[in-house]
Design a protein around this ligand. Structure first.
Ligand code: 1BN
Ligand code: ZN
Length: 318
């Protein structure tokens, strides 16, 4: 008996070890399965170089004019990247002026929601210079998308305390050409927000033309003052106040306006002092990784401190 019992502990210890190993493997497999395809917390800091590479990649595709193969490829690339990072992604399509317009919406996390947006289409006519040539849109288009894609990589969504939506608006930049309006895609999305059970938005932030080498981003008059102040204060805390400047300058028609009209506090970050706006010269060499980094890092810190509104109680974690 005692021999038997004496023998048992060994075999049962071995059995126990085997059971524990199997259990550990099961836990690992479950953890891996849960993290696969879901947005796991990231802890990296926003990289201007990574963002700049997205500016180049978009421009390498060519002119991203609605209705063209290049534009379709840009949208596909954005979807593919967000998907590979574990964000949920959805397309929203509709017809406009004989063309299929395609907004893209990605999200991660749960709870109170905020939406960050940028337009990914480019203007089919460089009408500030030579209307017969399209705009490459390195700054006007690609820069905002680049910041959102790099944020999608580095943002720790858990730390934001809520849900983050990323919107890639189509058909922003065709205004005054062949009867087209501006901000077509964002108008459609804002008007229908909530119809597909999207979480109501606490705030919306739009980034457009924020890659200029000579960055000067001012408060914008159609933006929510409290929301703008909170973002600009974060920029100040990071030492960026010479570039993200707490003074008013322009009132802009841009993709934040449809959200303002729905009563959602919205803020536009734009550098409208850009000499290459709607010209053939809006090319990647006019964009600086440092500018993209100041914008992206500011948004990352502001979001990860979980304080969309009002001044930070303590200095934000850089
Ligand atoms: C921003 C970038 N916009 C176009 N490209 C919006 C805009 C519309 C700016 C009209 C100025 C006038
Ligand atoms: Zn434009």
């Amino acid at each position: 008996m005692s021999d038997q019992l004496g023998g048992q502990p060994w075999s049962s210890r071995r059995g126990l070890r085997r059971t524990l190993t199997v259990l550990a493997l099961i836990v690992l497999v479950i953890a891996a399965a849960r993290s696969f395809g879901s947005k796991t917390p990231a802890s990296a800091t926003f990289s201007g170089d990574e963002a700049y590479a997205w500016v180049e990649t978009q421009c390498d595709l060519g002119y991203r004019i609605p209705g063209t193969a290049e534009h379709r490829a840009a949208g596909d690339l954005i979807i593919e990247q967000l998907d590979s990072l574990g964000w949920e992604v959805r397309e929203q399509t509709f017809d406009y002026m004989g063309i299929t317009v395609r907004n893209l919406l990605a999200w991660a996390g749960d709870g109170p929601a905020i939406l960050l947006g940028a337009h990914y289409d480019t203007r089919r006519s460089a009408d500030e210079e030579d209307p017969s040539v399209p705009v490459m849109g390195a700054n006007d288009g690609a820069s905002g998308v680049a910041v959102l894609l790099e944020l999608a990589r580095v943002l720790n969504v858990d730390r934001t305390g809520g849900r983050v939506y990323l919107a890639f608006f189509d058909a922003e930049d065709g205004g005054r050409l062949d009867g087209w309006d501006w901000i077509v895609g964002s108008s459609y999305m804002a008007a229908r927000w909530g119809e597909a059970r999207e979480t109501p938005l606490d705030a919306m932030v739009l980034v457009d033309m924020i890659g200029d080498r000579d960055l000067q981003v001012y408060y914008e008059h159609n933006s929510d003052p409290d929301l703008s102040r909170a973002i600009w204060q974060t920029a100040d805390s990071l030492g960026y106040s010479a570039w993200i400047i707490p003074d008013y300058k322009y009132a802009m028609l841009d993709d934040h306006i449809p959200f303002v009209q729905r009563g959602i506090p919205s803020a536009l970050m734009i550098d409208f002092d850009y000499p290459y706006w709607h010209t053939t010269q809006d090319t990647p060499d006019k964009v600086a990784p440092e500018s993209l980094e100041m914008i992206g890092h500011t948004l990352q810190v502001w979001l990860e401190n979980g304080r969309p509104f009002g001044p930070a109680v303590v200095a934000p974690v850089p």
